[in-house]
Design a protein around this ligand. Structure first.
Ligand code: SF4
Ligand code: SF4
Length: 74
């Protein structure tokens, strides 16, 4: 049996990211990093959807959205 739970996660519009690193500095969980020196990438396993990175992003390319997360019930 499984239940659907909603979780909040950050998503980066990578094509418009300017790799400034502001999001990386404010993330309390080190869940976002710059890859290849050109764009930010979110580690979905670590991100808790707090939205700090989205508020800080000067290019406004981060959005926090609810995603469905399936969790097995015991
Ligand atoms: S939403 Fe919060 S936890 Fe997720 S990447 Fe942004 S700052 Fe980090
Ligand atoms: S703050 Fe915005 S523009 Fe800067 S690296 Fe993060 S996602 Fe990219």
């Amino acid at each position: 049996m499984a239940s659907i739970r909603k979780k909040r996660k950050a998503f980066v519009e990578q094509a418009d990211c300017v790799a400034c690193g502001c999001c990386v500095k404010v993330c309390p969980l080190e869940a976002i990093r710059i890859i290849s020196g050109i764009m930010a990438q979110v580690d979905m396993g670590k991100c808790v959807g707090c939205g700090k990175c989205a508020k800080e992003c000067p290019a406004s390319v981060i959005t926090v959205r609810e995603v469905e997360h399936e969790k097995a019930m015991v």
